[in-house]
Design a protein around this ligand. Structure first.
Ligand SMILES: Cc1ncc(COP(=O)(O)O)c(C=O)c1O
Length: 367
């Protein structure tokens, strides 16, 4: 290729999403697939969101409200911040991208826990910045080591809380102590994509610290607990001057009209949110008990997913489970070759997973 693409772009390893249900239908002809690979909400979308969508369809020939007034207002109210502290994105992924564009230049350093959400590295590399990977300690973010990795070139630190893929959290006091060590020119992005599922009451949102600390950016999403992954809505809560910078690089109309309407309605659907959280917690407890009984190590998680150490190469188990119509996520790409990540499903989906796992593991020991 004659085009002059910067070396730092060529070095980006493409993001590999969970296998789509459609791909399993194409490749294996399986139509009753259970997908427990992308930390989606198995309950479907919020019914109130679905109802709201019907009302916007007739206006699809119009551009969406820009910036989205009602959704911004509702979020500002919910978190008791000013409207100009909320920035909406096409998924929280887009917030990550906007933050990278505003904060990073080639040669800057970005501190990233490892393993954690793979997009952090892509965001850093896209800007020509250097990802500084800090290994987890006991499956948890090692905040001391992360603070110790700060140099004069550090511009951004990612704190994933709960951490994807390990499901661990850092406590409020640990986060506060960490923030106290980080110099003032370094932004700390606290990614709370799974915060609604947290049961550990020592955990605090990054928003708790924002009033005293304008470097803290908290990201949330409608993709997980609110069941709207397909519509792509996420948001960041941050200091107004930084939000102003993000708006400058943000594409206009980045949150489409159906997404805006559905997200506003989902915020009001307390019953759906409560059912989602109850299903997640019951599913986690059920699956932990079942996997323990099988002698498999399942790691405690505060998210809607958790890791299972299979004690054998996970990619083979993953492939074999696909033939049973069950999609899980092998963790090779995250540095855990014997581990899969499982998203909690509906009770019947969790059962399907166990039946498929038993069949695959039995088949493996028989062969
Ligand atoms: C930790 C974390 N952050 C952000 C995202 C992106 O979510 P979305 O772009 O759907 O809001 C995900 C999605 O899996 C995630 O796991």
């Amino acid at each position: 290729m004659k085009l002059r693409i910067p070396e730092y772009i060529k070095e980006i390893a493409p993001y590999v999403p969970g296998k789509p249900i459609e791909a399993l239908a194409r490749e294996y002809g399986i139509t009753d697939t259970v997908k427990l690979a992308s930390n989606e909400n198995p309950m479907g979308p919020s019914p109130k969101a679905l109802a709201a969508l019907q009302h916007v369809m007739a206006d699809l020939h119009r551009y969406p409200d820009e910036p989205p007034y009602v959704l911004t207002r509702r979020l500002a109210e919910k978190f008791q911040v000013a409207d100009n502290q909320v920035v909406l994105g096409n998924g929280s992924d887009e917030l990550l991208e906007m933050l990278g564009r505003c904060l990073l230049q080639p040669g800057d350093e970005v501190i990233i826990p490892h393993p954690s959400f793979l997009m952090y590295t892509i965001v850093a590399r896209s800007a020509g910045a250097v990802p500084v990977m800090v290994p987890l300690k006991h499956m948890t973010l090692d905040l001391d080591a992360m603070a110790a990795s700060v140099t004069p070139r550090t511009r951004l630190i990612f704190v994933c809380n709960p951490n994807n893929p390990t499901g661990t959290v850092v406590s409020g006091p640990a986060l506060a102590a960490f923030l106290a060590k980080v110099p003032e020119q370094v932004a700390v992005v606290v990614d709370e994509a799974y915060f609604e599922f947290v049961r550990d009451d020592t955990c605090r949102s990054g928003m708790t610290y924002l009033a005293d600390d304008p470097r803290v950016v908290t990201l949330r999403t409608f993709s997980k607990a609110y069941g709207l992954a397909g519509l792509r809505v996420g948001y960041g809560v941050m200091a107004a001057p930084l939000a102003d910078m993000l708006h400058r690089v943000r594409m206009p109309f980045n949150v489409n009209a159906p997404a805006q309407a559905a997200a506003v309605a989902a915020l009001d659907d307390h019953e759906f949110l409560a059912r989602t959280i109850a299903n997640t917690h019951q599913g986690l407890d059920f699956l932990y008990a079942q996997l323990n009984r099988r002698g498999l190590q399942a790691f405690p998680s505060q998210g809607n997913f958790f890791l299972i150490d299979l004690g054998r190469p996970a990619d083979q188990v993953y492939e074999a489970m696909l033939r049973h119509g069950v999609i899980v996520r092998p963790m090779n790409g995250y540095g855990y070759p014997n581990t899969i990540r499982l998203t909690v499903g509906l009770p019947e989906e969790n059962q399907r997973f166990l039946i498929a796992l038993d069949a695959v593991l039995a088949g493996e020991s028989a062969s």
